[in-house]
Design a protein around this ligand. Structure first.
Ligand code: ATP
Ligand code: MG
Length: 214
């Protein structure tokens, strides 16, 4: 099972100006591997993830999950997301935020699954708090827990350790590898974090909308 982008082009138009955000990007993530997507700010990482998720439509090229389905229509249990801006629901506690995809997926014990996932990310004691009552790093890990609660086939995460210190980043990456990737989740992480790079099976580097070597 693979999540893939093939020769994806995406140009944004700002008035008369054109921004070539992606200039023919091909990328494949297999289940069970951790892939780091690197590149300077503005190199196209978020645009590529958004195309893979169906949140943006490529001008040309294609995105696929498992060689068939459109990932934009895939259920959360197939492709789960940690957006760069977290996207937690303000009115729900951390536990309820994390339980939500499990409820939608009709998981047996959504609340139990949420609490266990929060626990693995060291958020157990904060489960009852609201998002605005915790730190940005805690919000970020909650968004990660919300993605992982259904044990997805693929996890697409946009700088998911950007608000974490080195020790927590290391814990998160170890958990992703040893718990989730080990069980078959394919992980794609856009990041600048050396901890992510060190833990990845493979690094894909973007520069100015293209994949570059090294
Ligand atoms: N909605 C948009 N309209 C116009 N230009 C955009 C839009 N979104 C992104 N861009 C431009 O496309 C290019 C790629 O942006 P993108 O967000 O993919 O970069 P990034 O690698 O994720 O950067 P960062 O590391 O800062 O998150 C940038 O030049 C950006 O300004
Ligand atoms: Mg980005």
């Amino acid at each position: 099972m693979t999540l893939s982008a093939t020769d994806v082009h995406k140009t944004y138009r700002r008035g008369r100006e054109q921004v070539h955000a992606l200039r023919g990007v091909t990328l494949e993530v297999q289940r069970g591997e951790v892939v780091a997507l690197l590149g300077r700010s503005g190199s196209g990482k978020t645009t590529l993830l958004n195309c893979l998720l169906g949140w943006e439509t490529p001008d040309s090229g294609s995105v696929r999950v498992s060689g068939a389905a459109d990932p934009g229509r895939a259920p959360w249990a197939t492709v789960a997301v940690v957006p760069q801006r977290f996207g937690l629901l303000d009115e729900l506690s951390l536990a309820d935020n994390v339980a939500l995809p499990a409820r939608l997926a009709a998981t047996a014990d959504p609340r139990g699954a949420a609490l266990r996932t929060l626990e693995t990310l060291r958020l157990g004691p904060l489960a009852g708090r609201m998002p605005d009552e915790v730190s940005l790093g805690e919000q970020q890990r909650t968004a990660l827990a919300r993605a992982l609660v259904v044990r997805p086939d693929f996890l697409v995460a946009d700088e998911p350790t950007g608000r974490l210190d080195e020790e927590l980043s290391t814990h998160v990456l170890t958990t992703l590898r040893e718990v989730y990737a080990a069980e078959g989740t394919g992980v794609l992480i856009a990041s600048h974090d050396p901890v992510v790079v060190a833990a990845a099976d493979r690094v894909v580097r973007l520069s100015d909308g293209r994949v570059v070597d090294g």
